[in-house]
Design a protein around this ligand. Structure first.
Ligand SMILES: NC(=O)c1ccc[n+]([C@@H]2O[C@H](COP(=O)([O-])OP(=O)(O)OC[C@H]3O[C@@H](n4cnc5c(N)ncnc54)[C@H](OP(=O)(O)O)[C@@H]3O)[C@@H](O)[C@H]2O)c1
Length: 326
């Protein structure tokens, strides 16, 4: 089978696509024929060896896939061979086959093709839990979403607007804000050229927002936190900026705000109830027509280009590798 291989940590431009041996599932595992794999920002960090967890060289990156069950390992009695599935793993998805623990599988929501199924679970579940499970989003409230044209950010704009929130998108250019507006954002702040705190306050009618969703970090975090209204909630979910912010705690005290975090890798362990509820709500929204924004689809041979574009902040929504495209 063909697989992307990382043989040296660093820039994604070093990734190669090579023929490797077919895989076989072990106990508790399944073999999936991968039809599509989505690029997530942590893939870039893992290739650079800058993620929380280090992958030993050489390895196949890729953390999110959709495909069909090709074989079941010892002790596994389903899903049946041929069943469409999606899933998230730490690595291995940028290949024609991936072996995963059966517990890592998710069902493909009705109505999603393989490309959109690959792009759905990580970003939409992260966005949903950040907004609702942790952020306590309520219809009619104001929310500011940073990195609003990116994968998680665009999903958060989409879900928040569908839940009846007033959404202020923050991104680095007018074109990227236009992407968020199409998904339902009422206002936009170009946080490279405008003052984030002042503009969020103005756009939300002066009082500030009830909720901030922050997948970006850096200096934007404190500015957005300062744009919360009294009693507001701030949810930190990532640091695409590369800098983990340090927030003066007096800001939390002065306005009685709540700062919380969310992590998709552990939610099934610690909040299985919330996962069931998220699946229910997101499944209904997909039946109502919601689709992840897939801006670019690449062949596996172009995986280095795909990851480089994400690393260099050039993409909107999701970038997907279509394993069936030649
Ligand atoms: N907590 C969780 O469970 C969870 C789950 C998934 C992802 N994440 C994290 O969330 C963050 C976003 O992930 P994603 O998949 O949405 O990534 P993405 O599609 O690449 O979007 C990241 C956005 O961040 C903005 N950004 C600002 N400064 C940047 C910089 N120096 N380099 C790159 N982007 C920059 C970019 O928008 P502008 O150019 O418009 O600013 C970009 O659209 C990552 O840190 C990821 O690790 C966390």
């Amino acid at each position: 089978m063909r697989a992307a291989r990382c043989t040296e940590y660093g820039s994604p431009s070093g990734l190669e696509v090579v023929e490797v041996d077919d895989l076989a599932p072990g106990p508790g595992e399944v073999l999936v024929t991968v039809h599509a794999a989505a690029v997530n920002f942590p893939d870039v960090l893992i290739v650079a060896n800058r993620y929380q967890i280090s992958a030993p060289l050489p390895f196949t990156p890729g953390s999110e896939f959709a495909g069909v069950i090709a074989a079941l390992g010892p002790g596994v009695d389903g899903p049946a061979v041929g069943t469409p599935v999606a899933g998230a793993v730490l690595g291995g998805a940028f290949a024609e086959q991936v072996v995963v623990p059966v517990a890592a599988l998710r069902s493909v929501p009705d109505g999603l093709d393989m490309v959109h199924a690959a792009a759905f679970h990580v970003t939409y579940a992260t966005a949903y839990h950040s907004l609702v499970t942790v952020g306590q989003a309520t219809s009619g409230e104001w929310t500011a979403i940073l990195g609003a044209a990116g994968g998680v950010g665009s999903a958060a704009v989409d879900i928040a607007a569908r839940l009846g929130m007033h959404v202020i998108a923050a991104a680095s250019s007018a074109d990227r804000l236009a992407v968020a507006r199409k998904l339902g954002a009422e206002g936009g702040v170009d946080y490279v050229h405008e003052d984030l705190k002042t503009r969020i306050r103005e756009l939300s009618g002066g009082a500030g927002v009830h909720l901030v969703i922050d997948p970006v970090g850096g200096d934007y975090s404190e500015a957005a936190l300062r744009a919360l209204r009294r009693g507001g909630r701030f949810v930190t979910i990532g640091y695409a900026d590369g800098k983990i912010p340090r927030i003066p705690l007096n800001l939390v005290l002065l306005k009685d705000v709540v700062v919380r975090g969310f992590e998709i890798r552990t939610v099934r362990q610690y909040r299985p109830d919330a996962v069931v509820e998220a699946d229910r709500v997101l499944g209904q929204l997909v039946r109502d027509g919601m689709r992840p924004l897939v801006s670019t689809v690449h062949r596996l041979e172009d995986v280095a280009v795909a990851l480089t574009d994400v690393a260099e902040r050039r993409t909107t929504g999701k970038v997907v590798i279509d394993m069936t495209a030649r």
